[in-house]
Design a protein around this ligand. Structure first.
Ligand code: BGC
Length: 448
């Protein structure tokens, strides 16, 4: 593969999934601290209380990142760790932790990419209605201000929201994620509006306090449509589906969120789909939300195939019998990478970062003491090769963050699924770089 020398090679994690120290040094409670204590929410009752103990092993982890040779590391800040009540007083110990992390990364020439919100919402704010509260966007702006004031001199790359699809859909509709409160559609739409306002206000704050920074957001491309046969008809159908929404998965779709965050408006199909439930957005609010971004992130794990049915109709999700799957049972669909990137770029003309891509596997420590994960190497190779095809065909892609740097708390699946290129032995907290770690290391070396 032939990569630009300045291509940003990185890995990603998030605060609740790796940090642990859930009740230490003045950290406030997040909705995940509460949710994981509820019966039958999480696989075998696992919690993020200790997770990978990254809070106490940060230097060791950064040393491993340095050994890996990544140019960038994407991590998220735990809002309640730095503002325990969600608003008001800042927790200096929380600030210190992230400040030390940033310094440690910079010491090793690793560029920090900070995600402001990767789902560990302050519980005290949830108690006040969370994203439904009319003040919620101002709370997020104040949190952004605390982050930018503390780190803006050293952190130049920010992602406001990670996957608004997932925390709204799974948190307030499916209820498999925190806080697990079922809301009707009208309320969820009102919440989406406030989240979009929060994003806009956050971008403004970042530009004000860290004027030389670059900002984006990181939606998931969950239903990335790709043509099973690459005919013009199916390719056009895949693009049409990618850019439209339907009543069954509007909240999960990238089209709904990209229209909202990037163009500041509800998708054109929303009026018909939601009627009276659809909130208003004034012209001023639309302008506030659609702050120009420097890049868009894309988290991509799998896609939905589009094929031709017997009577010429498009059939969704069909794959040959026995098609490959990840440890989590997700179909392995590398072509989704090519089509999602190409279709996004042709629609929005914004430079992209792949902010997450990777796979869970049933990794074990072999008798020889190593963790062999050829499936993951194969998965990433195939996705990178499709990414490179999209770049050769004109898409502007600045970097790739492999999910994840280390095995971690996989939300409702607890520690059952392993996404890392570093194996975590949760009993001893020993870190064991997997074969994919050394493979990625040599790829970065030869491509930089
Ligand atoms: C999330 C990660 C998660 C990964 C694998 C993404 O939806 O951003 O937090 O671990 O997918 O499920």
């Amino acid at each position: 593969m032939n990569w630009r020398k300045d291509f940003v090679w990185g890995t990603a994690t998030s605060s609740y999934q790796i940090e642990g120290a859930a009740f230490e040094d003045g950290k406030g409670l997040s909705v995940w601290d509460i949710f994981t204590k509820e019966n039958n929410r999480i696989f075998e009752g696992h919690t993020g209380e200790v997770a990978c103990d990254h809070y106490h092993r940060m230097k060791e982890d950064v040393a491993l990142l340095a050994e890996l040779g990544v140019k960038a590391y994407r991590f998220s800040i735990s809002w309640p760790r730095i503002i325990p009540h969600g608003t008001g007083e800042v927790n200096e110990k929380g600030i210190q932790f992230y400040s030390d992390l940033v310094d440690e990364l910079l010491k090793h020439q690793i560029t920090p990419y900070v995600t402001l919100f990767h789902w560990d919402y302050p519980n005290e704010l949830e108690m006040q209605g969370g994203w439904l509260n009319p003040e919620s966007s101002n709370w997020f702006a104040a949190y952004t201000e605390a982050v930018a004031s503390a780190f803006g001199n050293r952190v130049k790359n920010y992602i406001t929201f990670n996957e608004p699809q997932i925390f709204t859909w799974l948190g307030y509709d499916k209820c498999t994620h925190a806080p697990g409160i079922k809301y009707p559609t009208g309320r969820i739409l009102a919440m989406c509006r406030n989240i979009a306002l929060a994003h806009g206000k956050s971008v403004i704050k970042l530009r004000e306090l860290a004027p030389d920074c670059r900002v984006g957001y990181a939606p998931t491309c969950g239903n990335a449509y790709w043509p099973l046969e690459e005919t013009d008809f199916l390719a056009a159908k895949a693009k049409e589906l990618q850019n439209s929404i339907n009543i069954n998965d509007w909240l999960y779709s990238s089209a709904f969120w990209n229209e909202l965050f990037l163009n500041g408006r509800f998708h054109e199909q929303c009026k018909t789909l939601f009627g009276e439930d659809l909130p208003e957005l004034t012209g001023q609010e639309q302008a506030l939300i659609s702050q120009p971004l420097d890049f868009c992130g894309m988290n991509l794990y799998q896609g939905t195939s589009v094929s031709l049915g017997g009577t010429g109709e498009a059939v969704l999700g069909k794959l040959p019998a026995g098609h490959g799957k990840t440890g989590m049972g997700w179909p392995i669909t590398p072509k989704a990478m090519y089509w999602a990137v190409k279709n996004f770029y042709e629609t929005y003309h914004l430079p992209l970062f792949i902010t997450e891509n990777g796979m869970s596997a049933l990794d074990i420590i072999s008798l020889d003491g190593f963790v062999h994960d050829p499936g993951r190497i194969d998965y990433v190779t195939r996705h990178l090769s499709e990414l490179e095809r999209a770049i050769s065909d004109g898409a502007e892609v600045e970097g790739y963050f492999l999910w994840s740097f280390m095995d971690n708390f996989e939300w409702e699946k607890g520690y059952d699924d392993r996404f890392g290129i570093v194996y975590i032995d949760y009993e001893t907290q020993r870190r064991i770089p997997k074969d994919s770690f050394y493979w990625y290391q040599s790829l970065i070396k030869s491509s930089s």
